[in-house]
Design a protein around this ligand. Sequence first.
Ligand SMILES: Cc1ncc(C[n+]2csc(CCOP(=O)(O)OP(=O)(O)O)c2C)c(N)n1
Ligand SMILES: [Mg+2]
Length: 364
Amino acid sequence: MPRTRIEIPDEIEHFSILDQEGNLDSGLEPNIADETLLQLYHYMLLGRRFDERLLSLQRQGRVGTFAPISGQEASQLGTAAVLRPSDWLVPAFRETAAELWRGRTMESVMLYFNGYSEGVEIPDERNDFPISVPVGSQILHAVGIAWASQYRGKDDVAMAFFGDGATSQGDFHEGLNFAGVFRIPVIFVCQNNQWAISLPRKKQTRSETLAQKAIAYGIKGIQVDGNDVLAVYAAASEAAQRARAGDGATFIECVTYRLSVHTTADDPKRYRTDEEVELWQQRDPIKRFQKYLVTKGLLSEEKVAAAETAVKEEIQAAVDRAEEQMKNPGDPLYMFEHAYAQMPPHLVEQKEYLARALSSQKKG
Ligand SMILES: Cc1ncc(C[n+]2csc(CCOP(=O)(O)OP(=O)(O)O)c2C)c(N)n1
Ligand SMILES: [Mg+2]
């Protein structure tokens, strides 16, 4: 028998619109309303400044362990911004900017990272999932949600967030395979931030790109400059259209960088160099987008200063509200809420048991 070659799509597109200095490739400029561009800028700035404030509060003992997002704002907002309210956002543990965009309050974030179950509550009108820490679990959740949407004949899509490390989990492969076989309307957003705690990207996989893993599952894969919010937005819009049209899933690899610590319990100086961090600071997604907006006439030095002040005030007001709320201890019974429409019998029993224990404690 002869040896023959089987043609497979063996190229992966890398997509960027703004260069590292924020200069535009005008032929690729996406058609985004000015209002949306400014909203994106606001949330990128809010995400960054809130992250910095949380880190400072954590160092003062006023916030518990959390995973900072600095450097990843464009990857999170360019993607989340293409969702409709009825779509589903399925975050991992480092998506604060995307969650704020969807309407999560900063108080909720602070409550969560201080261990209050109230911080997990999602209002009924928001089709989002809470933070899920098990690496890669978000992929299965999103595939299931999107499958349900397809089954019900809706055109809502689900968007899963995960990191480069998650691509080594079995969940990733099962999820992508299922999405391929059943043409599930799901968007996989992989934030390749170059590190899985202390494990560098080059030790995660021998594949040249993460995006090429999509080829094996028969779904569309694309690599974007994850620090270029325009390219991320354009790629995510195409993915959402594809999903809504019944043409299945997309895997978007956002090439980005975690500028800060893995979590507040980590010291990255033990495994990466200052030079590497400085290199990525030069590719800062906010600076690049800001330059584009100034060139476009939507921002000026004064407007940037005003935006910084507004964001600072917004954060301060939220911190005050959260700290006021946290003067009262949370209600332990609250942990039973918001997970099930109908609570299973063993949890009903546990809830009743705890309620009895709490009330006898009060009496004693
Ligand atoms: C199943 C599982 N294994 C291990 C961990 C511990 N852990 C938390 S984050 C992380 C690394 C994740 O790296 P990546 O997927 O690249 O996401 P990033 O933290 O860079 O955003 C690990 C191993 C976990 N949360 N879940
Ligand atoms: Mg990572």
